[in-house]
Design a protein. Structure first.
Length: 283
């Protein structure tokens, strides 16, 4: 067997498919994979290497996202086979591999508890009211609270595609709410560089403001963003067990802050991470 076929066999079993036949046909057969069952058997037995365009269908059938460990194992084993072993893999891939940004060492060493203790800032209801007043104010706050640099109205207007007058009004309003401070005439920056802000979502009267902000997120996603990744699972479970699960989900969503940066970067963007469990059909 090849390295790829061994990895595929292992991942197929881990995904809950005890046989190649069940894996192929339960996932839609040729309609999904784009090749025959006989061809799939040759892949799993190491008699043939997969085409690169087949990986998407294989990963979906394995219920794997491209960034998950199992997917990386599959990619790496494919390249080992294609390049002729681990030594060639390290020589060729290692020569072109870019160093991917990692979680800030300062935060990673202490983990999420250290982040909450030393880096988390809680927005007051009055500050949140200023932030959520309108779309320009909201996105202006996100630009400056997530950056270490100072901004003027023209730079904000260019990034948000709004008028300079609206940007100027937002900057002044946020400074009045003590979220920003003037660094020079016409320029502002966050009062708390490198900090992570949380909304007062559980305070009385905040839900309408949160709903307004959710609308800002949806509108911006339609205009300039879009889906980045998704993972769905339908499970029959007791409500009490799911409430326990929600605690773990809350923490997983919160820990996305460990990946945050306040520094400039070509591929940086604002990402919305959502953890949501919906009750559907009672048994």
């Amino acid at each position: 067997m090849s390295a790829f076929s061994e990895a595929l066999l292992r991942l197929r079993r881990e995904a809950g498919f005890p046989s190649a036949y069940r894996f192929y046909h339960r996932n839609g057969g040729r309609r999904h994979f784009g090749f025959t069952y006989v061809h799939y058997l040759r892949l799993e037995k190491g008699a043939k290497a997969p085409r690169a365009e087949a990986f998407g269908a294989i990963l979906k059938a394995l219920r794997l996202a491209p960034a998950q460990e199992g997917a990386r194992l599959l990619f790496k084993s494919f390249l080992h086979d294609t390049l002729g072993g681990a030594e060639n893999y390290e020589l060729i891939v290692g020569g072109v591999r870019e160093n991917a940004p990692t979680v800030s060492p300062t935060l990673a060493e202490g983990g999420f508890e250290r982040l909450k203790r030393e880096h988390l800032m809680h927005m007051s209801p009055e500050q949140f009211a200023a932030v959520s007043k309108d779309e320009v104010s909201y996105w202006c706050s996100e630009l400056l609270l997530n950056d270490r640099e100072s901004w003027d109205a023209e730079a904000v207007a260019k990034r948000l595609e709004c008028s300079a007058a609206a940007a100027q009004a937002a900057l002044e309003s946020l400074a009045k709410a003590k979220l920003l401070r003037a660094t020079s005439p016409g320029r502002w920056r966050t009062r708390q560089p490198g900090k992570f802000w949380t909304f007062p979502g559980r305070s009385k009267g905040m839900e309408p403001l949160l709903e307004r902000v959710r609308g800002f997120w949806d509108a911006m996603a339609r205009r300039r963003g879009g889906p980045f990744g998704e993972r769905l699972e339908l499970v029959r479970a007791s409500s009490s067990v799911m409430r326990q699960y929600m605690n773990a989900l809350h923490r997983a969503v919160d820990e996305a802050n460990l990946a945050a940066t306040h520094a400039k970067g070509e591929d940086t963007a604002l990402f919305l991470i959502e953890g949501r469990v919906r009750r559907l059909l009672p048994f």
